[in-house]
Design a protein around this ligand. Structure first.
Ligand SMILES: Nc1ncnc2c1ncn2[C@@H]1O[C@H](COP(=O)(O)OP(=O)(O)OP(=O)(O)O)[C@@H](O)[C@H]1O
Ligand SMILES: CC(=O)N[C@H]1[C@@H]2OC[C@@H](O2)[C@@H](O)[C@@H]1O[C@H](C)C(=O)O
Length: 354
């Protein structure tokens, strides 16, 4: 067992999730501590300006790395642990571009700088090897979900609703794992309420609950060809054009975009080998009661936050990158043909010693 920090800067750009776990990178995972460090509004705007990867990123990358070093210090203070007691950091960085068809995925974040700043060895660049080999490079959490779900009834779906939404389907057999990005998570709704109300997100889904879903707009959104593709498949944050909701009231637009997320999750079910008995939901979207209600209506089986089985739905992604960092050091696969479409089980990550 190793003591490992996992760091995730998600597509929502809300901040850094930092988790401390003890894990063997295989079947054992013991969460020890977790903190979220929100980005300041100015930095969030800097990060947004990097999306697409077309402009200069060096200054933002350095600031992002230094913010992660600070997050590690705060996590260790919270846990009452010295850096010397930590074996490794798994550093996801921030995705500014992702297009597996071009075999390009780009997470900014400087692992060598983070190792120097913290005195802890770092694994970063988790997605490049998978994409270079022809995989989607995402999602990478499925093997971690499988390790956690070992004793739960199957088929089981674990759904992460962040900026983008992704699902892990876990079947009966040990290697029965299928994964993909299902479609939008919260990003479209976040952008909509930001421009309509200046709010960062639709808290609790209250705005969507006050609106009416526009059936024509929803039909136009869900007609996107992405939803006809089987898994594995992955998305960039801004893959969907919200043009169909333009002109709707803020509440109706929020209701329609929220229904779009729920409908896109339901569209994955026919592509799965068996309908899940239950959906466990992690990521910030589980706090949106309107979205959770729409999911339960469309999926027709229990839809629960992952806390129902004792997991921390805010921490899972960060914990996953701690787990994957250990797998990288052991040269174990981070992805499988059925999770990213990579031709063979694939390890990955780049090591930066202290
Ligand atoms: N109380 C809440 N009510 C409604 N939505 C919420 C609430 N809290 C968080 N969210 C949503 O969750 C989002 C953040 O989710 P999360 O932190 O899981 O995303 P992420 O990790 O950045 O994204 P990804 O998983 O795509 O990388 C917010 O942007 C917001 O839309
Ligand atoms: C390219 C990229 O960074 N993708 C993220 C994003 O956020 C959610 C979804 O899209 C998922 O595919 C992935 O993150 C999670 C942690 C993953 O790789 O499993």
């Amino acid at each position: 067992m190793q003591t490992v920090v996992g760091l995730m800067s998600g597509t929502s750009m809300d901040g850094i999730d930092a988790a401390l776990v003890r894990t063997d990178g295989e079947s054992r995972v013991e969460p020890l501590a977790f903190v979220t460090i929100p980005y300041e509004d100015g930095f969030r705007a800097d990060l947004r300006s990097c999306l697409g990867g077309k402009g200069p990123v060096d200054a933002v990358e350095q600031a992002l790395t230094d913010a992660h070093a600070d997050a590690v210090r705060r996590l260790l203070a919270e846990a009452g642990m010295e850096a010397a007691a930590v074996d490794l950091i798994g550093f996801h960085g921030h995705t500014i571009f992702h297009d597996p068809a071009q075999r390009r995925t780009w997470q900014i974040g400087d692992g060598a700088r983070l190792a120097r700043a913290t005195g802890i060895a770092v694994v970063d660049d988790f997605r490049t090897a998978d994409v270079a080999a022809g995989g989607q490079g995402a999602p990478l959490v499925p093997l971690f979900h499988r390790a956690l779900a070992d004793a739960l009834p199957r088929p089981l779906a674990v759904l992460n609703i962040g900026g983008v939404a992704n699902v892990t389907w876990i079947g009966e057999g040990a290697d029965d794992v299928i994964a993909c990005d299902t479609g939008p998570g919260n990003a479209l709704v976040d952008d909509w309420v930001l421009s309509g109300q200046g709010a960062r997100y639709d808290s609790g889904g209250a705005l969507a609950a006050a609106g009416v879903v526009d059936g024509n707009a929803l039909a136009a959104l869900i007609a996107h060809p992405y939803f006809d593709l089987p898994a594995p498949k992955s998305l960039d944050r801004d893959a969907f054009d919200p043009a169909p909701v333009r002109g709707l009231s803020v509440a109706d637009g929020a209701a329609t975009l929220t229904a779009f997320t729920a409908a896109s999750v339901a569209r994955i079910v026919p592509h799965l080998p068996g309908a899940p008995l239950r959906w466990l939901v992690c990521g910030g979207g589980r706090h949106n009661a309107t979205l959770m209600g729409m999911l339960a209506d469309r999926l027709g089986v229990p839809v629960d936050p992952v806390e129902a089985v004792g997991w921390n739905g805010d921490a899972l992604e960060a914990e996953a990158f701690a787990y994957l960092a250990v797998r990288s050091r052991k040269s174990l696969p981070l992805s499988l043909p059925a999770t990213t479409g990579v031709p063979r089980p694939m390890t990955g990550g780049r090591f930066h010693p202290v």
